[in-house]
Design a protein around this ligand. Structure first.
Ligand SMILES: Nc1ncnc2c1ncn2[C@@H]1O[C@H](COP(=O)(O)OP(=O)(O)OP(=O)(O)O)[C@@H](O)[C@H]1O
Ligand SMILES: [Mg+2]
Length: 112
């Protein structure tokens, strides 16, 4: 299983969520976060100088999927989160050892 953590633009969340739902991934965790990438946030010009304004609001979206569908999920997030501008976000992929559904104690793939 893979944990897919996507940092995306807040305004793309609904679109990304709907696409994941259609793919058959209704389970996910979302949080409002702040961050910056290589541009280090918004750079504003004032009197010819550049200023770093702040961290930017982003959405952290996390879902755990089976290995064989991870690429499909990543493609879907990319397709639906992208605007083509800097700040579109980033996806981190890592291995998940096990999952437990608390209600039934099911494990692994059955618990996703
Ligand atoms: N290396 C990183 N580690 C953890 N979080 C990151 C990292 N890079 C980006 N992020 C998170 O992703 C958000 C979006 O990053 P962003 O899309 O600006 O990445 P980027 O590398 O600057 O690419 P781009 O040049 O397309 O803007 C950031 O606000 C931050 O929350
Ligand atoms: Mg950036």
């Amino acid at each position: 299983m893979k944990r897919i953590e996507a940092i995306i633009r807040p305004e793309r969340l609904e679109t990304v969520r709907d696409a994941l739902d259609e793919l058959g991934y209704p389970g996910m965790t979302v949080a409002e976060v702040k961050g910056h990438g290589v541009q280090k946030g918004v750079i504003e010009q004032w009197r010819g100088q550049q200023y770093r304004v702040s961290f930017l609001p982003k959405i952290w979206l996390m879902l755990v999927v089976d290995d064989e569908h991870a690429e499909k999920v990543i493609d879907s997030i990319c397709a639906n989160a992208a605007t083509g501008e800097v700040g579109d976000g980033k996806i981190f992929v890592s291995a998940v050892e096990d999952v437990v559904r608390v209600r039934t104690k099911e494990r692994g793939l059955a618990a996703i």
